[in-house]
Design a protein around this ligand. Structure first.
Ligand code: 2AM
Ligand code: CA
Length: 277
């Protein structure tokens, strides 16, 4: 229905305006001193800007769309346990470590869902000034360029993205399994921002991305982009993802996704992988 379609276009338009404003604030902030704190561990960083940008969005979303709910990383959003209605999944800075240490390769990620269905997604790579965006059914875009449907793909010619965390000893997966997957691929990359990595999968620059731990705000926008270009989305073993719960994530071209999830299922059978939150 035309009426309904226009709601999502209006949301896309508003979100694009806000995301570019947020980008300008972030660019200005990295020119000066940042207030950096750690959260759960020394490598879990948060800055004054994560909080400021989150509040910036929440104020605007609440004013323009009072019935909508917001799930966001720094806790200024709503307590949301069910996916009914319209929900914004918001990460004010995805790749905070990159923001602090490298001053590039971080993104603002905004995904809007209706009853669990992804409708509007935007990922803004601030320093590159690159916007990846989608209104479900209308195509996914990298700036002005429409993204093509992903082809089948196969692991032995694939470039995968995976965080180095999973190559070290960790609580989820035997690193030998990850090394096996990496060895079978053509190459591996790691960019330090899940949102950017998901955007790269949608853009066909990466053939798959896998991680053992991600939260809804990290992948909210990226999944909508990937769905639009025909990529496959699941937990790493191929099980269906619960949008609001998070956990492991495997996205990619169909053939690459199939091969990787097979390796993980074998790892589960061998007791070398456990799914966790
Ligand atoms: P962040 O910068 O928003 O925290 C790093 O490889 C990627 O994983 C980033 O996208 C980062 O998002 C995310 N990340 C880091 N720690 C995480 C955690 N404890 N749970 C979920 N995602 C995390
Ligand atoms: Ca974040």
């Amino acid at each position: 229905m035309a009426m309904e379609t226009s709601i999502w276009h209006k949301i896309h338009e508003d979100a694009e305006k806000w995301i570019r404003e947020a980008g300008a604030l972030l660019k200005k902030a990295i020119a000066g001193p940042l207030d950096v704190q750690t959260k759960a561990s020394p490598d879990d960083l948060v800055t004054n800007m994560d909080k400021e940008i989150e509040r910036f969005f929440i104020e605007r979303i609440r004013a323009a769309y009072p019935g909508h709910r917001i799930v966001s990383e720094e806790g200024y959003g709503d307590e949301v346990n069910a996916d009914e209605g319209v929900i914004w999944l918001l990460d004010p800075i995805d790749g905070t470590m990159n923001f602090v240490h490298q001053k590039r390769h971080f993104a603002v990620s905004v995904g809007v869902y209706e009853n669990g269905v992804g409708r509007v997604g935007l990922i803004y790579d601030v320093m590159a000034d690159d916007l990846y965006h989608v209104v479900r059914g209308d195509g996914a875009y990298y700036n002005e360029t429409r993204l093509e449907l992903l082809d089948e793909g196969r692991l032995d010619t694939a470039v995968l993205s995976i965080n180095g965390t999973w190559l070290n000893r960790n609580r989820r997966i035997d690193p030998e399994i990850v090394r096996t997957i990496a060895r079978r691929a053509r190459g591996t990359r790691s960019y330090g921002s899940a949102a950017i990595e998901l955007a790269y999968v949608a853009a066909g620059r990466l053939d798959a991305y896998l991680t053992m731990r991600l939260a809804p705000w990290d992948y909210g926008a990226g999944l909508i982009l990937i769905e639009e270009v025909g990529g496959v989305i699941s937990h790493v073993d191929g099980r269906e993802l619960n949008l609001l719960k998070g956990g492991s994530l495997l996205v990619g071209k169909k053939g690459v996704h199939r091969e990787i999830s097979q390796v993980i299922r074998q790892a589960i059978a061998d007791g070398l992988y456990v799914e966790g939150q």
